[in-house]
Every structure is written in structure tokens, then in C-alpha cells.
Design a protein around this ligand. Structure first.
Ligand SMILES: C[S@@+](CC[C@H](N)C(=O)[O-])C[C@H]1O[C@@H](n2cnc3c(N)ncnc32)[C@H](O)[C@@H]1O
Length: 314
């Protein structure tokens, strides 16, 4: 009997109970923290039965294709690929977003950004809002769905990320209301149309210091895109560049909201203050009490801006 025939025979007698046990063992062996839970989710993805139905139908035999599918998913997870990439989805603001290794997996703390945009636009529903570094599109989509009259622009430097963002915009029925641009930070907005017209710029930029990336847990450091993580030598390079560019596009009183990493909020606030283009910064804390979002509003400069290329008024 050939190897393929033997595999087919083995698969023919594999039940949900057996394949789940095998998956649990494999995941536990490589140190996955919740092997039973994750095994059930992987089996659900492959076989289409919820964890509850897996128990009810524990003696159901799997087809060879189902068996192969479970094993492929388990092997990917065993190599520490994030569960969200293996399953292809992550929940954000109550909605499912498709994710692949081209985009950052949306994090719960980034919902702070969405809530703050919505709060600021409550009396200005037709606001023009830009999401810089849109990734999966989770911020742009969540904002567009919360503010149905807003004009939303989504920018990313990664064409692969924009493919995923557009897919999520279509999936959530707001693709017609969000314009996507590929390019570096705010450069795609050009020289004329959007100057001084934007009400809110929101961004979750890459903010890990370059030399910290190799120290992250393997799920993050080895699988999430470097473009979404690496924020320069101290992790705040993109924040500083956004602080330089934002005054060109924000209307007077318009806001720039940026997510920051652990311990970065004070330095980003200082950089905003030193630019001369913003009023006093406010910092929003996440559920763990970490300063997570820096909010600044554009004002006309009180004195000559002091950052290198900020000497000219926008
Ligand atoms: C931390 S991820 C955020 C993704 C998404 N907004 C979220 O909150 O989950 C940062 C994103 O910024 C993009 N990015 C990095 N550098 C950029 C740049 N110079 N211009 C535009 N986008 C950039 C990356 O490709 C990535 O998608």
C-alpha cells in the first residue's frame, strides 16, 4: 500500500475526538498557553463545527481533506504563527476583520482612537478624516461606520496591506465611502486639494524601537510585518514625521491623534509642543493605565517652529 493510501486509511478512521486530542498534544508540546481552546478553534475552522458541536459529534469521522486541513492549521500554529493569521480573522470594535501577514493584527487598545475620533466629530458629522497607516483598515472602517456622513481617506505605504484594507471595506459595505491611497504618510494627499481641509488625522503608526523587534514574542516579531512595527531607533520616528506633516493638511483647530507605545507619550507630547503648531497635548490611557493615545490640535504658531523642515508655515 502506498504512503498516500495509508494516510487516506488513517484519515478515514480519524474522529473529531481523536484529531482534537492530537492537535491539543501538538500545541501543548510547543508551549501554546491554551492548547485545548486553540485546538477547538482550529478544528472549527477546518470542519465547520462549533466547539460545542465538536463535543456533541465527537465520534463523527473526518474526511481525508478535513483531516489534512486540521493538521496544516495546527502545524502553522505550532510554528508560532499568530492564531489570527491562521484563522484569517480578528475582531475589532465588534466586527470581524480579515487579516493576513501583510497587516498588523488589530489590537483592542486601538479602539481608543476610534472612540476619540467619533467623540470629536459628534457635532461635525461630515468631517474629513485621514487614517495614516491603515493596515487592515480597522480604524478607517470603524470610523466610517460610526460616522456615516464623514469623508474618510486611508493611506498605507504597503500595497499588500491596502489589498486587505479594501477587502475589509467591501466586506463591511463602506468601500464607496473610503478613498485609499498608497504612499508615504500624508504625501498622497498632494499639494492642493486637501491643504488645511482635514478635520482629524488618526494614526496607529509603527512604534517599536528597531532593536526591540527581535526581543518581541515570536508571534509578533517573526510574523507581523516589519513595516507595521519598526518605528526607528527610539520607535518615535513616524510620530515626529507626522507632527511635521500634519499642520500642512489640518484646518486650524483640527486634531492629530496618534497611538504611542509604552513610555512614549511624554516624548511625543514634547515633540508636539516644540513644533510650535499645536496646543497643549492630552493623553488617553488604555485599560492597563498606559498612556496610549496622544491628541493635539492645530493652532497658528505662537513662535517660529523649531523642527528642521518646519520653518515655513504650511
Ligand atoms: C501599527 S500598523 C497599524 C495598522 C492599523 N491602522 C491598526 O491600527 O491595526 C502601522 C501601519 O502603517 C503602515 N506604514 C508604515 N510606515 C508608513 C509610512 N511611512 N507611510 C504610510 N504607512 C506606513 C504599515 O504598513 C502598517 O500597515
Amino acid at each position: 500500500m502506498s504512503e498516500a493510501q495509508l494516510a487516506a486509511l488513517a484519515a478515514a478512521v480519524t474522529t473529531i475526538r481523536l484529531v482534537t486530542k492530537e492537535a491539543q498534544r501538538r500545541l501543548a508540546a510547543v508551549g501554546i498557553e491554551q492548547p485545548a481552546l486553540e485546538a477547538a478553534w482550529l478544528v472549527e475552522h477546518a470542519v465547520g463545527l462549533s466547539p460545542l458541536l465538536q463535543r456533541v459529534k465527537a465520534d463523527r469521522t473526518l474526511t481525508a481533506a478535513e483531516c489534512e486541513c486540521v493538521r496544516t492549521l495546527v502545524e502553522r500554529r505550532a510554528r508560532r504563527e499568530p492564531l489570527q493569521y491562521v484563522l484569517g480573522t480578528q475582531e475589532f470594535c465588534g466586527r470581524a476583520f480579515h487579516v493576513t501577514s501583510a497587516v498588523l493584527i488589530p489590537r483592542p487598545e486601538s479602539t481608543l482612537l476610534v472612540a476619540e475620533v467619533v467623540r470629536r466629530c459628534a457635532n461635525h458629522p461630515a468631517a474629513a478624516i485621514v487614517d495614516v497607516g491603515t493596515g487592515s483598515g480597522c480604524l478607517a472602517v470603524s470610523v466610517a461606520l460610526s460616522l456615516p456622513k464623514a469623508r474618510v481617506l486611508a493611506i498605507d505605504i504597503s500595497s499588500e496591506a491596502l489589498v486587505i484594507a479594501r477587502r475589509n471595506m467591501v466586506q463591511h459595505g463602506c468601500d464607496a465611502r473610503i478613498d485609499c491611497f498608497e504612499g508615504d504618510l500624508l504625501a498622497p494627499l498632494g499639494d492642493a486639494e486637501w491643504r488645511q481641509k482635514i478635520d482629524v488625522i488618526v494614526s496607529n503608526p509603527p512604534y517599536i524601537a528597531d532593536n526591540e523587534i527581535s526581543k518581541l514574542q515570536p508571534e509578533v516579531g517573526c510574523f507581523e510585518p516589519r513595516l507595521a512595527l519598526a518605528g526607528g531607533p527610539d520607535g518615535m520616528e513616524v510620530h515626529r514625521r507626522l507632527l511635521q506633516q500634519a499642520p500642512i493638511y489640518l484646518r486650524s483647530g483640527g486634531a492629530l491623534l496618534m497611538e504611542v507605545g509604552f513610555g512614549q507619550a511624554a516624548a511625543v507630547c514634547r515633540a508636539a509642543e516644540e513644533s510650535g503648531w499645536f496646543g497643549a497635548a492630552t493623553v488617553l490611557q488604555d485599560d492597563a493605565g498606559i498612556g496610549r493615545v496622544v491628541c493635539v490640535e492645530k493652532r497658528e504658531p505662537q513662535r517660529e517652529p523649531c523642527m528642521g523642515d518646519r520653518r515655513q508655515r504650511p
